[in-house]
Design a protein around this ligand. Structure first.
Ligand code: BGC
Length: 378
């Protein structure tokens, strides 16, 4: 059932993407490997030389690079050997990487999927080979081969984006309608569906009462999702919205689910003659990428969601230890993440809204970034 809904959404997105942009997905195609296995396991008794395969979706977005580095560092510190692989958003490449890890008899798999429905067969192979699987950040759908799930509160991410817009645009007491367009995540990523749900739990009432006006009429997830979280598609969609619906009125709010989208939206706005500091819209994002923080300081992006990937890796590592050493992982949700076959025991980290007023406290004082990281971002 879920599978059917997802394929319907996928088909609808493709039609939408084609209609709007004249092109479909934006796979970069390459499969690239991160680093191999150089962990000195001898002196670390805990791990008994066990090997963990970590499959990450892409290096095209900064967060996944940080995720991979954190997982590798933390697992190696416990003495595990780590095989870290990136698949550059190519589903077939990720499947092959997992098949190789299974053939090499890794002891555990940690997977941040590209398409959460596409790995069912390879996950069956892992199960047959008695290799436990942990879903990282993105839920693995339609499989009973997954033991645990470490992520952020994904509906909470959407709610925080919605609440930020509600507060900063003064929606509760607005006397004039404001225009808004939506740029939502990939239809094959369960996180994207939940994020949209969270956004609408706050903003739907303002669309219903006319405080928010979406001139393109595209507010549903099916109509606003962007396959593979493509920055280029977000830019093209925004360009099409601006020429098609905003020739006379300005766009006031771009509700974007990802920093990458915010960069595309910024480029589209600049192309249409918008200027930071005059009629620039409120633009949201997700991931607190270093470039996004720089843009927030400069004013070309308004907000993002900070997700501490070091903390996520910590929680995920407790799950690896649980399946390999028989310890108890930290779990704080046993109800929300139903993948269509089972409810996967989860740990959900707390997402935090970041803007120019709190970025220093969140990412500089915490040591997440240095001032120089932000200055040098490009
Ligand atoms: C993650 C987000 C990320 C997006 C695009 C989602 O699954 O939860 O943090 O922005 O993928 O990479």
């Amino acid at each position: 059932m879920k599978k059917r809904i997802l394929s319907m959404i996928l088909a609808a997105t493709m039609v939408f993407a084609l209609a709007l942009t004249g092109c479909g997905s934006n796979d970069s195609g390459n499969s690239d490997s991160g680093s191999g296995s150089d962990g000195g396991s001898e002196e670390k008794a805990e791990s008994n030389g066990k090997k963990v395969g970590v499959a990450m979706p892409t290096q095209s977005s900064e967060r996944w690079i940080k995720d991979g580095e954190n997982m590798k560092k933390q697992l190696e510190a416990l003495g595990y050997e780590v095989d870290l692989q990136y698949a550059e958003d190519d589903i077939q490449a990720q499947t092959s990487q997992l098949e190789t890890m299974i053939a090499q008899q890794v002891d555990c798999l940690v997977i941040a999927s590209i398409d959460s429905e596409a790995l069912v067969n390879v996950l069956d192979q892992a199960k047959e080979a008695n290799i436990p699987v942990i879903a990282y950040d993105r839920l693995l759908m339609s499989t009973d081969a997954v033991s645990y799930y470490a992520s952020f509160d994904n509906e909470g991410v959407g709610r925080k984006i919605g609440e930020y817009i509600e507060e900063k645009a003064g929606l509760a007491s607005a006397t004039e309608p404001q225009t808004i367009e939506f740029f939502m995540g990939s239809p094959d990523d369960n996180n994207a569906v939940l994020l949209h749900k969270g956004v609408m739990s706050v903003l739907q009432k303002y669309l219903d009462n006319g405080t928010l006006v979406c001139k393109s009429g595209r507010t549903s997830f099916e109509d606003t999702c962007i396959l593979r979280w493509s920055q280029e598609t977000a830019q093209q969609n925004c360009e099409n919205f601006l020429t098609g619906f905003y020739a006379e009125d300005d766009l006031d709010i771009a509700c974007s689910a990802f920093d990458g989208f915010a960069y595309g939206i910024k480029a589209a706005l600049e192309g249409a003659g918008y200027k930071v500091g005059t009629k620039w819209p409120l633009i949201t994002g997700q991931d607190a990428e270093v470039m996004a923080v720089k843009n927030i300081i400069e004013g070309s992006q308004t907000q993002t969601i900070f997700k501490d990937t070091g903390l996520l890796a910590e929680k995920c590592v407790t799950m690896v230890q649980a399946v390999l050493e028989g310890t108890e992982p930290e779990i704080n949700d046993t109800e929300t993440y139903d993948n269509g076959v089972k409810v996967v025991p989860s740990y959900l980290c707390e997402p935090v809204s970041l803007d120019k007023d709190n970025y220093k406290e969140l990412v500089i004082e915490s040591g997440y970034y240095t001032e120089a990281d932000i200055e040098n971002a490009e």
